[in-house]
Design a binder for this molecule. Structure first.
Ligand SMILES: Cc1cc2nc3c(=O)[nH]c(=O)nc-3n(C[C@H](O)[C@H](O)[C@H](O)COP(=O)(O)OP(=O)(O)OC[C@H]3O[C@@H](n4cnc5c(N)ncnc54)[C@H](O)[C@@H]3O)c2cc1C
Length: 468
């Protein structure tokens, strides 16, 4: 069945809207512009409007709403900050968009155990501001201002994942409201447990299709004694990629190693007013540890980079200079979109084994150039993950379809190299077509079985993850 095909009966929708209004009052909105804001994420999909948007504030409200929607078989699409990139939040079958962005309490911080519990609408920026005085930080840092609930639901990561892991490695436990309104807790506060099926990991990356996350227990990390950022530029893309591969294979514990190709660097220099660099393939690096360890790691990478033609290994230890650099890196997507005024972009997200990284990146850039596409590559290359923003002119008929064809070619190359269609952005609508190839028919059937077990009426974010 087409993802957009099945909608709830009009009288069921009316009953849910009346019931939800009784629970939420004016936090239940049927306003056209509010529904439009919840019609899509930061992607190139066409918005599909929910029938109403529910701004929830407590687990009890989520539970009552889900029980109501379950009773009337009305779809519910959880919504965090709406920054996802694959059509995740489009309510393709209408119903309720469940906005969790007002659940922003930091419930507990246990400094001695280095963990905390938060509500799903908290952003990493809010959490880190709260933690700073206590000498701890939460490391998972997507380049967007998104909710940590959304990060759990998409199995997100960021520039620090190479050292501190993705959200998967940093969540200890969850509170989840199931499709019929039951509330369960998964995991706990301990760092390890061998005590049954790992439900926490099942909900991480489930994209709102199995349950609604209402509390999150996170692992925290100590702010390192010393941090140093470095920028190194290369005469060609191969030099930058091969430096990454050799660094990872040497076991140097870099905290961040991010690639920007020449087009992305040009875009970032213009957008973020970065001075003193060339529009050339570039690595942004960061090292964490003691002062001695940081110096040792940086010198080791500098020597590797020199072997591949790297020059200008400029260090920055002051927080202000480092923050400017990483702000520019986090703004890379907006910088790419600003490269050609009026154009838009779609972004790939493949991840390959590190030994195949050069083949994947050089192949992807070569294919794009051969087809006349303007693309910017930016990547969490220490993990073998990169994004290629494929720019297109929305005024030209067929340009978006050509960009999607390019996207498919890049994914096909990644899969052929033993990689995945998504390292961190997730499946949503955009990557559903690759799942069977990646997982096989039987594994996909098991996933469908899990979905049916958790959500027998198919009300939770329907149309996502699976093609039909
Ligand atoms: C400029 C830019 C840079 C980005 N950089 C990165 C990056 O470096 N790394 C990365 O991983 N991603 C990145 N992203 C993608 C995006 O920010 C992440 O996928 C993020 O985790 C989405 O969070 P959100 O709060 O916006 O979720 P939304 O977009 O609102 O929702 C995403 C999915 O999660 C579900 N969901 C949301 N909240 C809940 C909940 N509480 N319970 C159950 N399901 C829920 C939704 O139904 C949907 O399926 C970037 C996006 C942009 C625009």
């Amino acid at each position: 069945m087409n993802a957009f095909a099945r909608r709830a009966e009009p009288n069921s929708i009316a009953a849910v809207i009346a019931g939800a209004r009784a629970i939420l009052g004016d936090r239940l909105s049927v306003n056209e512009s509010v529904r439009l804001q919840h019609g899509k994420g930061e992607d190139s999909t066409t918005p599909t409007l929910p029938d109403a948007v529910a701004f929830v504030q407590t687990t009890a409200e989520v539970s009552r709403l889900l029980a109501l929607c379950h009773h009337h078989a009305v779809p519910v699409t959880p919504f965090g900050a709406g920054t996802s990139l694959e059509g995740h939040v489009n309510p393709v079958r209408g119903g309720i968009s469940l906005d969790l962005s007002r659940m922003t309490a930091i419930l507990e911080v246990n400094a001695e155990d280095m963990d905390c519990q938060i509500e799903p609408g908290v952003t990493r920026q809010q959490l880190n501001d709260h933690l700073r005085d206590q000498g701890m930080f939460f490391p998972v840092d997507p380049g967007s201002v998104c909710t940590i609930g959304g990060m759990c639901a998409t199995r997100a990561s960021g520039t620090n994942a190479v050292r501190y892991g993705t959200i998967r490695e940093n969540v200890l436990g969850l509170e989840v409201v199931l499709a019929d309104g039951r509330v369960i807790e998964t995991g706990g506060r301990v760092r390890k447990a061998a005590n049954g099926y790992d439900l926490t990991r099942l909900f991480i990356g489930s994209e709102g299709t199995l349950g609604v996350i209402t509390k999150i227990r996170l692992r925290l990390h100590g702010i390192p004694e010393a941090m140093s950022a470095a920028v190194c530029q290369f005469p060609d893309l191969a030099g930058a990629v091969n430096t990454t591969i050799a660094t990872m294979q040497s076991g140097i514990p870099v905290a961040r190693i991010e690639l920007l190709d020449a087009d992305q660097m040009r875009a970032c220099m213009a957008y973020s007013k970065l001075e003193g660099y060339r529009a050339a393939p570039t690595l942004f690096l960061e090292f964490h540890g003691t002062h001695a360890a940081v110096r040792e790691q940086a010198e080791a990478v500098e020597a590797i980079a020199a072997d591949f033609g790297g020059e200008g290994f400029a260090w920055a230890t002051e927080a202000e200079a480092r923050n400017r650099l990483w702000k520019a890196r986090h703004d890379a997507y907006w910088a790419a979109l600003a490269l050609v005024p009026g154009w838009r972009g779609i972004t790939t997200d493949i991840c390959v084994p590190i030994s195949k990284l050069a083949e994947a990146i050089l192949g992807a850039k070569g294919d794009a150039e051969a087809r006349g596409h303007t693309t910017c590559i930016v990547g969490h290359v220490g993990d073998g993950n990169f994004h290629q923003v494929i720019l297109y002119d929305p005024k030209v008929e067929g340009a978006l379809e050509r960009a999607w064809e390019m996207d498919r070619l890049i994914v096909a190359r990644g899969l052929a190299l033993g990689g995945t269609c998504s390292g961190e952005h997730g499946v949503g609508l955009g990557k559903r077509e690759f799942l069977e190839h990646e997982h096989g028919v039987e594994a996909l059937a098991v996933m469908r079985g899990i979905k049916t077990q958790f959500d027998p009426k198919g009300i939770l974010n329907p149309g996502k993850m699976f093609r039909n």
